[in-house]
Design a protein around this ligand. Structure first.
Ligand SMILES: [Cu+2]
Length: 349
């Protein structure tokens, strides 16, 4: 009698739970993402599938465990008014072997699928269509177009002059000799920033302007990350992917390069710094603006310096010219001036 009542209560609780899920109006697809954003790259989709199946497998395992637990608690308790314990089943060797083997199999299955998806996500093609240099700094981002190869002529966007200017030779103040002493970091000085990339078309974020990184849909894109100060992290939630942005990435044994095989739809996607990097870390936002390949080709022509046959427009001007919003639409600028400490100034009074 009592057991029947308890079971009925469990049944009621379960149906209430399911009804709550259905009534909140989540689509089945949204429920199966289990809180993740909707990905916009094939890589994101593969990671989302792994996530969905992992959670489902964990839920099946969890339900099985709860069922076994409550079955034991409810149906194998000591009977009232009986001095006898229920049947004891400790030291059951086959059962204990199963307890050991089953988790091992579960770990192997999860490991296998994780490695398969990870290899796909980290795959690199030798000829991506667009290579973007990403430079993180306290507390903003700079984006540069290294190469653009969209079927026509290949645009080499490297700014050789700016890059050569950063190559400082180790300087010894005692002798005044530029070659006297190797610096402390693999022979170069502490202030050496020659690992940073500079490009002719760049978009730099400021306190007043969120940097908008314009990219084409349907094309393979490579990101090359570096920081000019502390460690940041490049994160676009809709890519379902983040990667640390290190200073001197190669000497810090990190791989700063990753690719996405395409952005599947046009739109604006917010990007954030995902590594605590100082006072204004939380305000270090950017935006990825995915546009059609035709619009992107126009955008590049508009932004190219006049010497390269372009118009030399700013990011905002070029965005406006291709019919896009010149300012970010997914986030807004924050004051990040460290000397600006009074509340009244921050509030704009
Ligand atoms: Cu940061």
């Amino acid at each position: 009698m009592a057991q029947g009542r308890i079971l009925r209560r469990f049944g009621l609780a379960a149906s209430l739970g399911i009804a709550a899920l259905v009534l909140t109006g989540c689509s089945s697809e949204e429920v199966l993402r289990f809180g993740w954003p909707e990905g916009v790259t094939p890589q994101a989709e593969r990671m989302r599938e792994l996530w969905t199946w992992s959670v489902l497998a964990a839920l099946v395992m969890g339900i099985l465990m709860w069922a076994l637990m409550f079955w034991t608690i409810l149906f194998h308790r000591k009977k009232k008014n009986s001095p006898e314990f229920p049947r004891q089943t400790a030291y059951n060797v086959p059962l204990e072997l199963l307890y050991t083997a089953a988790p091992f199999v579960a770990v192997c299955v999860l490991f296998y699928f994780t490695v398969v998806v990870q290899n796909y996500v980290l795959e690199k093609d030798e000829n991506p269509n667009v290579v973007v240099d990403v430079t993180g700094f306290q507390w903003n981002w700079k984006f540069g177009y290294r190469t653009v190869d969209m079927g026509g002529s290949v645009y080499d966007g490297a700014d050789q002059v700016a890059e050569e200017a950063t190559e400082s030779e180790p300087f010894d103040p005692e002798s005044g000799d530029h070659h006297a002493k190797p610096g402390p970091i693999h022979g170069v000085g502490v202030s050496d920033l020659s690992y940073l990339n500079y490009d002719k078309i760049e978009t730099v974020g400021t306190t007043e302007e969120i940097p908008v990184l314009v990219l084409p849909t349907g094309n393979r894109i490579e990101f090359n990350l570096a920081s000019s100060d502390v460690i940041h992290a490049f994160w676009v939630p809709e890519f379902l992917f983040k990667r640390d942005v290190n200073p001197n990435p190669l000497n810090n044994n990190s791989d700063p390069v990753f690719q996405i095989s395409e952005i599947e739809r046009e739109g604006a996607f917010v990007g954030r710094c995902a590594e605590m990097c100082g006072t204004y870390h939380a305000m270090m936002n950017f935006e990825v603006r995915a546009v059609s390949p035709e619009k992107f080709a126009d955008y590049i022509e508009l932004r190219k310096p006049v010497e390269d046959g372009g118009e030399g427009l700013t990011n905002a001007q070029a965005l406006e010219a291709i019919g896009e919003s010149p300012i970010a639409i997914t986030t807004h600028p924050f004051k990040t001036d460290r000397t600006d400490r009074s509340a009244s100034v921050a509030a704009g009074e």
